[in-house]
Design a protein around this ligand. Sequence first.
Ligand SMILES: [Cu+2]
Length: 408
Amino acid sequence: MEVIPLIQYFFFDWIAWFLAILALGIILFISARRVCSTRMELFLLGLFAASAIFWLVSVGVPSTLAYPWNLKTYGPGSGPELPIKNALYFFKNFEKTIQKDEISRDPRDLPKPIERDEASVVKIEMEALEVISNIAPDVTFNYWTFGGQVPGPFLRVREGNTVELTLKNPETNIHQHSIDLHAVTGPGGGHAVTRVNPGESKTLNFKALKPGLFVYHCATPNVANHMAHGMYGLILVEPEEGLAPVDHEFYVMQGEFYTVGKLGRKGLQLSDGQAMLDGNPTYVVFNGKTGSLTDQMQVNVGESVRLFVGNGGINLVSSFHLIGEIFDRVYPEAALNVAHEGVQTTLVPAGGATIAEFTAEVPGTYILVDHALARLDRGAWGTLIVNGEENPEIFHGDSSVSEHTHDL
Ligand SMILES: [Cu+2]
């Protein structure tokens, strides 16, 4: 584990200020002794002490760990900061913190379509889990998750169902968590009745009134900070008649991570509150980390595909696009009463979702992107592989590349 960012934080952003004031005071004291009378020296020293106290009162002595430490925010809850005791507890118990080999949820990891017809009570158990995992090769991050992976589990219910959702916060965690489901009608989308501290669990009951694909996320303040640690997922409320059957359904969710170390900096990365406020993510990824979607999504020519796509945000709107494919149907903003046909790129709002459907016609490797393409280099891409016979009527050509091209 690399602790240099933490040392930098404590030394340069915090202790250094106190040391600087102390050193300045000593220098002034020594200088004043040489040139001033004792009375003048005491006067200058008093003036300096008063100035230092005035400065400390206006800036404040930090009681929380934030980066940068003097970050000032005006949200309804606390800013993107942690109680210092939580941060110290984390580093003291670092070896005991759950290490997760694979933070990325497999895009195939979602329940099958609901077959029962009658309205019923659906019981769901969820666990908030704080874990350590890699966001990129050798780059480590302290994720806060639902169920130990990003995004959280794909929840699937039907319009009219009553849902009994229990959220558990195990004692291995340090922070309070909760859940706000956009499919819920009621205070905080459920947050108001699911605030759980480590060692607690609470149950939310709600009726799924509207069909659609909805984001859920942790809503414990600072909400953006919890989401920027990975606490989001999707819940599908199927319409009463269900969705049209398809051959493959996949679960993809975009998200942002803000680290003090720049892109690719190895070791344990601290969360950067200033970058979060500035909307300047270090990593923009699908399913929790860079390179998460490689060969899991495989379909055959002629098969129909449905993509459930969400955006955890917390700053960016995704311009979701599948290179080399036109979506036959897109349900904009994942409302199921409207479908657009023949769509190239579709918006996925922060805290929103979309459903995109197509039939694979030509074999090859297709790349999912946020078409704000600079984000590819921050990690926002994945692949979907279509296997099968060539389809020259739709696509053919010579795919070889001459070796005599100029370097680009
Ligand atoms: Cu949380």
